[in-house]
Design a protein around this ligand. Structure first.
Ligand SMILES: Cc1cc2nc3c(=O)[nH]c(=O)nc-3n(C[C@H](O)[C@H](O)[C@H](O)COP(=O)(O)OP(=O)(O)OC[C@H]3O[C@@H](n4cnc5c(N)ncnc54)[C@H](O)[C@@H]3O)c2cc1C
Length: 231
């Protein structure tokens, strides 16, 4: 299986490194009785279910995974809120910087069938898709808007303005950013539970599906125990 999943028009989520396995969870719990398992058996699976059900969460913090994500800034802002058990609580959230010009600005542009209406229920972020004719018009307008922003950005750079200020001209929410996220298995499953749920924004849910697909094969019993099943 590939360790990289394409998301949205130009984004991706890539599993850099899983650390530990279901066995790390089991053995962290069994140390209380000075016991250690060599391979997962049915008792271990029941133990994982018990730990998750009863909220004995610390054993799930002995396994980690590291990802690289390329996503629009609006998704990064939502992701950044997962603080406990993620590496920016302990060390650093590492993100590409537009203070230094590292690469061409890249933007998320929803396709003509991907524009959603305002929601009927204010607790939901969006409603049904709009007519593709309207979507097409908005897609074209957005491309014009991005071109204009980029032109102003380049103009400011030509005037000798530093990149960290010139970037103010770039449409920010749709700008793609790249970062690395290392988090405990507990924190990853907390993220998945919230962002696979139906009230999460569609775009971050698409990333959460990618994270789920990449992480589940490495920690199948723990993910089954911790992540609620979403449609
Ligand atoms: C659908 C949806 C809509 C949202 N809308 C908004 C919004 O409009 N505005 C906004 O600002 N945010 C919003 N959020 C973000 C939300 O408020 C959380 O910041 C985000 O979901 C991260 O969850 P968390 O705080 O549980 O994560 P973490 O910070 O990773 O915390 C994990 C868990 O650790 C425990 N914990 C964390 N800190 C403490 C503490 N100090 N003391 C004791 N226990 C602690 C809690 O049990 C917590 O659930 C939204 C989230 C969702 C899913």
């Amino acid at each position: 299986m590939s360790n990289k999943i394409t998301v949205l028009d130009k984004g991706y989520v890539r599993l850099i490194e899983p650390m530990g396995s279901d066995l790390s969870v089991v053995n962290a719990a069994r140390v209380s009785f000075d016991k250690e398992s060599g391979r997962i058996d049915d008792r271990d699976k029941r133990l994982i279910q018990f730990l998750a059900r009863e909220g004995h969460t610390s054993p799930f913090r002995h396994a980690f995974a590291s990802f690289e994500i390329y996503a629009p800034l609006m998704v990064a802002r939502q992701w950044f809120k997962y603080i406990v058990g993620s590496d920016h609580a302990m060390d650093g959230w590492n993100e590409s910087s537009r203070r230094y010009i590292t690469e061409e600005p890249t933007f998320y542009v929803p396709g003509k069938e991907e524009w959603r209406s305002a929601p009927e229920n204010s607790k939901q972020g969006s409603g049904k898709p709009v007519d593709p004719l309207i979507g097409n018009m908005l897609m074209n307008e957005m491309e014009n808007h991005i071109r204009k922003g980029e032109a102003l950005y380049n103009f400011a750079i030509e005037q000798g303005i530093c990149a960290e200020q010139a970037r103010l001209f770039l449409p920010a929410y749709s700008l793609y950013v790249r970062w690395r996220w290392t988090a405990s298995l507990q924190s990853i499953c907390h993220f998945l539970n919230e962002r696979l749920a139906s009230d999460a924004q569609n775009e971050i849910t698409q990333y959460a599906k990618g994270v789920y697909e990449l992480v589940e094969p490495h920690f199948p019993e723990s993910v089954k125990a911790l992540v609620k099943q979403h449609e």
